[in-house]
Design a protein. Structure first.
Lengths: 114, 117
């Protein structure tokens, strides 16, 4: 089974802290994604990566950065956490190949910034 | 840019009934995929069903089927013989076809489906 693992299910951080959300997948997928999920807004794409050291901005990249030093790991970084970044964060991965590739999701990290 | 609209924030039906969740989308592209994902209280997103835009035949997976109307840009999900375990958030999602498949999914805002015993 494909497994996408996010390092924390719940996280509480203070305003201004630098926050790292880690995601690891074990299926050698080329593509990895970070989404933010908010009630009434659905999931919104923050960043994605299609290869090691490659990254592309999604729909809401402001306030975030990412790092992909190894194929299996994709990190989301909040340089200076703010209360409006309190949210659920979902990581996903998918194999390369345009036809019908399914994205597999982690269980999410619920981040609270106080 | 693509948009996905789910017009039903919440629905509630009795167990064993059939329920249809609606989804419309907007795109100027011709090659794309559509998905329905389920997110139960455990928060794990699970793929329910997928549809390739070039296929006219509606996808079916056991009790789940879709009504794909390409011209109308509509992609509804029908759940037959609903079960308590179907209680979840359901998200409709869109993805453009690309060679590498790296484009992210565009999601609707979700429909909270509650199956009553």
């Amino acid at each position: 089974d494909v497994k996408v693992t996010q390092s924390s299910r719940y996280l509480v951080k203070r305003t201004g802290e630098k926050v790292f959300l880690e995601c690891v997948q074990d299926m050698d997928h080329e593509n990895m994604f970070w989404y933010r999920q908010d009630p009434g807004l659905g999931l919104r794409l923050i960043y994605f990566s299609y290869d090691v050291k490659m990254k592309e901005k999604g729909d809401i990249p402001e306030g975030y950065s990412v790092s992909r030093e190894k194929k299996e790991r994709f990190s989301l970084i909040l340089e200076s956490a703010s209360t409006n970044q309190t949210s659920m964060y979902l990581c996903a991965s998918s194999p390369q190949g345009g036809w019908n590739t399914e994205a597999f999701f982690g269980q999410g990290t619920r981040l609270t910034v106080v | 840019a693509q948009t996905v609209t789910q017009s039903q924030p919440e629905m509630s039906v009795q167990e064993a009934e059939t329920v249809t969740l609606s989804c419309t989308y907007d795109t100027s592209e011709n090659n794309y995929y559509l998905f329905w994902y389920k997110q139960p209280p455990s928060r794990q997103m699970i793929l329910v069903i997928r549809q390739e835009a070039y296929k006219q035949q509606n996808a079916t997976e056991n009790r789940f089927s879709v009504n794909f109307q390409k011209a109308a840009k509509s992609f509804s999900l029908k759940i037959s013989d609903s079960q308590l375990g179907d209680t979840a958030m359901y998200f409709c999602a869109f993805r453009l076809y690309s060679g590498g498949g790296a484009d992210g999914l565009t999601f609707g805002k979700g429909t909270h489906l509650i199956i009553q015993p």
